[in-house]
Design a protein. Structure first.
Length: 395
C-alpha cells in the first residue's frame, strides 16, 4: 500500500526535537521498516539534525522535508501570511501544508494519514482522491469544531488515542462507524535496565517515601494542587516529592505568575520538594525507578496519559484523576483514581497517606502496573495502528 503522512508542520519527523506526536509517528515507522509492510512517504518540516538520522536509511519509509525555518522560508511564510489571511490553522502551518500539497498532487497515494490535523482535509480534497485517515491525539474533532461535520464526512477512518477522544468525535455522528481507538505506546525496554542514578545522589535515603511527578509545569497538569497536598502532610516528614519537568527556576524568573506561585508554595516544604529541571526523555526511567509512587494529578481532560504508561512501566503504584482517557489505562488493582472536585487537594493527600502506610499494598499495585504496561508497548501500538490502516483500505 502506498501511504503518505502529513505531520503537524511544527516539529520534525524523525523526532530530533522531541514531541509526543512525532515520537509516536517514529514508532510506527520503525515497525513498518522492520516488517516491510507499506511504502510510506512522510512530509515533515526540515531540521538539520534529521539528515544524520538512521531512519532515513529505510527502504520503505521515505522523507520529504519542507524548509520552514531558513531566512528565505521565513520571508516566504511572511508573504504567505499576508496573502492568505483566512487559514484553518496558523499561516505557518498552512505554508507547510501547501508545500506538501504540491507533491501530493503529483502522486497517487492509497491513503493519507493526517497527524492531529483534521483541518488539512479541507485542502486535500481538491488535490487527491486518496482515503483520508485522521490520527487524533487531542480533542480536535467534535460537534463544536469549526467545519466539524464536513471534516467528519471527509474522513475514511478516524483513529483516536483513547475511548474518551472517540466519544468526542462521535458527537459529530451518533451512528459513527469510522472511529477506532488505538492506544499509544512507549518503549518499555529502558524501564527494565539498571538505573544510572541513585537515591543518594538525589539526597534521598531508603526510609524516604518518594512521589514522582513528570510533565510540564502548567496549571492543567495539577502540579500546584500536588504541592499543596504535600503541605497537608507536614506530619509525615519522610514523604517527599520529585518533580521532573521543564526548568522550574529559570522559567519562574521570567515572571510567569503560575510558576512564581508554584515556587512560593514549594518553598514552604523546604527540601521535601525537589525540582530536577528539564530531564531528557530517555533519562525519565532512571528517575522513576527511584520513586515509590507515580502521581499524575491532571485536572484537564487528558487524551491519553503517556506519563501514566511510564509510571506503570517503572512498576509503580499510580495516583491519578478521573479525567479524559486516564481511567481507561488503569484499574483499581494498580491505581487510586480520585475526583477533581472542590476537595481535590484533600483527596490527593489522603491517597498519598494511604499508600505511604501500606507497603504490601504498594508492592502488589506495582506488580500489576508492570503487568499492565505491556498493553502500551510501542510494538503493540504500531501493529494495531497499521492494522487499522490496512483494514481501512481493504474495505
Amino acid at each position: 500500500m502506498k501511504i503518505a503522512i502529513l505531520t503537524s508542520g511544527i516539529l520534525p519527523v524523525p523526532s530530533v526535537q522531541g514531541g509526543a506526536v512525532e515520537t509516536l509517528v517514529d514508532h510506527y515507522l520503525e515497525y513498518n521498516d522492520q516488517h516491510q509492510l507499506h511504502d510510506i512517504t512522510v512530509f515533515s518540516v526540515y531540521h538539520p539534525a534529521v539528515l544524520k538520522h538512521p531512519a532515513l536509511r529505510s527502504e520503505v519509509n521515505h522523507y520529504q522535508f519542507i524548509d520552514t525555518s531558513s531566512v528565505l522560508a521565513k520571508v516566504q511564510k511572511h508573504i504567505h501570511g499576508l496573502t492568505h489571511r483566512e487559514t484553518y490553522y496558523h499561516y505557518s502551518i498552512d505554508f507547510f501544508l501547501r508545500k506538501a500539497l504540491k507533491s501530493i498532487d503529483k502522486s497517487e497515494f492509497d491513503c493519507i494519514i493526517l497527524e492531529n490535523r483534521p483541518g488539512y482535509a479541507l485542502q486535500l480534497q481538491a488535490v487527491t482522491k486518496a482515503n483520508l485517515v485522521y490520527h487524533l491525539h487531542n480533542d480536535f474533532l467534535n460537534d463544536t469544531t469549526r467545519d466539524g461535520q464536513a471534516l467528519y464526512q471527509m474522513a475514511t477512518k478516524i483513529i483516536t488515542v483513547s475511548d474518551y477522544i472517540t466519544s468526542r468525535v462521535r458527537t459529530c455522528s451518533v451512528d459513527d462507524q469510522k472511529c477506532v481507538t488505538v492506544y499509544n505506546g512507549i518503549d518499555l525496554n529502558p524501564f527494565s535496565a539498571t538505573s544510572s542514578i541513585t537515591r543518594e545522589k538525589l539526597g534521598y535515603d531508603k526510609e524516604d517515601f518518594v512521589l514522582a511527578f513528570s510533565g510540564r509545569l502548567i496549571p492543567e497538569k495539577g502540579i500546584l494542587e500536588l504541592v499543596e497536598a504535600l503541605t497537608l502532610l507536614k506530619d509525615e516528614p519522610r514523604i517527599r516529592l520529585l518533580v521532573m519537568g521543564s526548568s522550574f527556576y529559570d522559567t519562574a524568573s521570567s515572571g510567569d505568575p503560575f510558576l512564581l506561585e508554584l515556587k512560593t508554595r514549594a518553598k514552604e516544604m523546604g527540601d521535601r520538594i525537589r525540582f530536577t529541571g528539564y530531564v531528557k526523555h530517555e533519562a525519565i526511567p532512571d528517575y522513576l525507578r527511584l520513586a515509590d509512587v507515580a502521581v499524575i494529578p491532571s485536572i484537564w481532560e487528558e487524551p491519553f496519559g503517556l506519563t501514566v504508561a511510564e509510571g506503570m512501566a517503572a512498576g509503580l503504584p499510580i495516583i491519578t484523576t478521573h479525567r479524559g482517557g486516564i481511567p481507561e489505562m488503569v484499574t483499581d488493582r494498580n491505581a487510586i483514581v480520585i475526583p477533581t472536585d472542590g476537595d481535590f487537594t484533600g483527596h490527593l493527600a489522603n491517597a498519598i497517606r494511604s499508600l505511604y502506610h501500606d507497603q504490601e499494598g504498594r508492592r502488589k499495585m506495582g506488580e500489576v502496573s508492570k503487568q499492565l504496561s505491556g498493553n502500551y508497548s510501542k510494538e503493540l501500538y504500531a501493529k494495531h495502528f497499521l492494522d487499522a490502516i490496512a483494514v481501512t483500505i481493504q474495505r
